[in-house]
Structure formats: C-alpha cells, structure tokens
Design a protein around this ligand. Structure first.
Ligand SMILES: Cc1ncc(COP(=O)(O)O)c(C=O)c1O
Length: 394
C-alpha cells in the first residue's frame, strides 16, 4: 500500500482489545482487524463522539466493516474521484456472473433502498397498490405513501411467518389494483424465512403478470435448507425482481451499493427513474467483496455464533426469541418496548425501533462480541428476571 493512498490500514487498526471480552467465540484476527478499522473511525465533533460511544445494534449493520481486500480495491479507485467516465471494475458484469444471469438483468442502485424505490415508482404510479405483510421493511410502504400509492398490509401468522395463502387471496381479490407484491425474504424485522416451496406457491398462485419484489438483503445469513434465493425465477423469465445489497454481509452500508436482478423489460421500466449516483470507490469495492468469499464466511460464522449465544442467554432468563435466520433477532419483552429502547439508549446501547403491531418485541442487531456483552449487561439491569427463569412459580 503506497504512502499516497488516502486511507491507510494502519490508521484504522488499534483499540480493538475491548472487543475480546465476550470472546470465547472463535476469535479471528482478521475479523478483529476489520472491526478495529470500523470502530476506529471518528467523525468530527461531539455528535460523532457520541455516535462512536454507542453499541450500534439498531440497523442490522455488519460491525466489522469492509474486508481488507475491499479496502484495498477502494483505495485503488481514489484516482477516479474527479472523473465521470472511468473504469468501474465491470461491477455489473461481475454481479451478473455471480448470479449466472446476463448483464441486461442487472440494475445498480445506491443501496438496495434505491432499487425498492425504483420498483415503487415504476409499478405503483397511477394508483396501484402493494400487497405485503406487516411488520416488514416498511420503507417500501412509506415510499408508496409518498407517491400517493396504497398498501394492503396483511398480518403475520402466529409464529411470525408470512401468510402466503393470504397474500395470494389479497392479490386475486384486488388483481386490477395491485402494482406488485413485496416479499422480504428473510423478513426484517422478524428474521423468519419464506421457504422455497412457499415462494413457488406464491408465484404459481397469483396471476403471472403481477410483479413480485423479493428483497433478499439478509440472504447470506440464512442456514435453513428450506430457504433458497429466488434468482432462478429471473432466468425463467418470471415477473420477479430480486433486490440485493452490499450493506449487510459485506459491511458497506455507508458506501451505498445494491442492485436488482430481474428480466430485462422490468428493468427497462425502472431505469428512467434511476439516478446512477453510485460512487467510484464502492463499485471497485463491490467487485472485491463478491470475490472475498473468505471474509464473507468469517462474518457469517461469527455473527451467527453470537446470535445463537445471545438468544440462548435471553431464553435462559425467561425471554422467548423469534427464531431468526438473520444478523438480528426479536426478543419478546412481555411489556411495551418503547421505554425499554429508551433505557438501553441511556446505557449507550442503540437497539431497534418499535415495529407495530409487535410492540412488545425488541429487535436486536448482532454487533461485535464486545457490543453484545454490553447489550446483555444492560438487558440484565433493565429487565427483571421472569418467573419462568427464576422458578418462583407460575
Ligand atoms: C430488508 C431490507 N431491505 C433493504 C434495506 C436497504 O438497505 P440498503 O439501502 O442499505 O441496501 C434494508 C436495510 O436495513 C433492509 O433491512
């Protein structure tokens, strides 16, 4: 790495020793170096310092940040900062190759959030509606209401899974009005999956010209063999748009890169609203991230181990957790969540917001081992041990 490069690895490394506390779990030097870089960033002023001091378990981010290979690739791209037409590492071709589709099946977005918004304008304008569940990643619904479109929001099943037969029914009953179906798989905030059979049931159960937006932001964390990506449906030419992001497993949320995989004509309908505002650094970083499968596996392994450990501890305290396949989970507090969120904040632990109608569930993102230890310490201070755990009777 040359002296001239604006971001040096050395500047980021250091100060990660604290992260070793909760670490009976597969300590991995590479991941700690990654975490040190992420934690070592300092924004100017009090606001930045206050932010840095928080255990950040609110937004389902990857606390370790981009891998070494990604940092190196991005550092090599600074020289394009002052250019428009620059080599971009063939990011779209790389993504297409990664999924076994054609370049024409890929549309880049500044985060998958941009993709979701593009689907919104392309398929809702003119008074159409979304069909989806609640709670889910609700920015899809807020964007819809911003463009004066409506949503048909269906409740989750008792076990917090998405109700596929109800979705099919809602689409059939409102066929003329439906702009698209939104299926977040796995679902945020519950962490529950829709199985590959259920996805097929949905696609086969609705009229074939109704588009389905399948948001796979947390795809990389899933272990359940009943789950599968829906990208193969694009190859079949079905009316599906798959949204993916570099914000989660690749640790690049602040850099903004996501994409859609979809049939060409669906992307053509979305393209006029795309801003193309993706920066040079993240395009090169994205290519490196797709190739750095070792870093991806490390983040996945450590995150899942920590999730399982934290969930087991909470359950042993008498607090049931929704079975999650993601880098976050929900714990049932059995009391309103809002004051608890505030109490965590006072202890410098940022946790998820309320997700109505699940207002007694707290969503917790998986941070570093040190952050999870801070979470558990705060949890024990804030929440009473339940009868189930203390054995004081029922
Ligand atoms: C399910 C889901 N989809 C999309 C996004 C948007 O992510 P980004 O715009 O960073 O790609 C998020 C972010 O948390 C999410 O949880």
């Amino acid at each position: 790495m040359s002296e001239k490069q604006p971001v040096s690895r050395r500047r980021f490394v250091g100060g990660v020793a604290g992260a070793l506390g909760y670490l009976t779990l597969s300590p991995n030097p590479d991941l700690w170096a990654q975490a040190a870089r992420a934690g070592g960033r300092r924004a100017a002023g009090a606001q930045g310092d206050e932010y840095d001091a928080l255990a950040k378990l609110a937004f389902n981010e990857n606390p370790y940040g981009p891998s070494d290979a990604v940092m190196e690739a991005m550092n090599g791209a600074w020289k394009y900062s002052n250019r428009y037409g620059y080599p971009d590492g063939d990011i779209a071709e790389e993504i297409a190759k990664h999924h076994g589709v054609e370049r024409e099946n890929i549309l880049l977005g500044a985060g998958s959030g941009e993709i979701l918004n593009l689907v919104g304008v392309a398929y809702l304008l003119g008074g159409k509606k979304i069909v989806g569940v609640e709670p889910t990643f609700s920015s899809v619904y807020s964007h819809a209401s911003g463009i004066k479109a409506d949503a048909i929001r269906l409740p989750l099943l008792e076990d917090y899974r998405q109700n596929i037969p109800a979705m099919i029914d809602a689409v059939k009953k409102n066929y003329r009005d439906v702009g698209f179906v939104y299926l977040c798989n796995p679902n945020n905030p519950t962490g529950r999956i829709v199985t590959r059979q259920e996805v097929r049931q949905l696609l086969d159960g609705i009229p074939e010209d109704v588009p389905v937006l399948i948001d796979e932001a947390y795809h990389h964390y899933v272990e359940d063999p009943a789950y599968a990506t829906s990208v193969p449906y694009v190859r079949e030419g079905r009316q599906v748009i798959i949204a993916r992001t570099f914000s989660k497993i690749y640790g690049m949320a602040g850099l903004r890169l996501g994409y859609a995989v979809a049939p060409r004509e669906m992307l053509q309908r979305m393209r006029p609203w795309s801003t193309g505002s993706i920066n040079a650094l993240v395009k090169w970083g994205g290519v490196a991230a797709l190739r750095d499968t070792e870093a991806e596996a490390r983040v996945r392994r450590t995150t899942l181990e920590l999730r399982k450990k934290t969930v087991a501890e909470l359950q042993s305290l008498g607090y049931p957790c929704v079975p999650s396949e993601c880098n976050f989970f929900m714990v049932h507090l059995k009391r309103p969540v809002q004051p608890v969120i505030q109490a965590f904040r006072e202890k410098k632990v940022a946790v998820g917001r309320p997700f109505p109608p699940m207002t007694e569930h707290l969503r917790v993102s998986i941070g570093t081992p040190e952050e999870m230890q801070r979470f558990m310490t705060a949890f024990r201070e804030i929440m009473p041990a339940t009868r189930a755990a203390t054995g004081t009777g029922g």
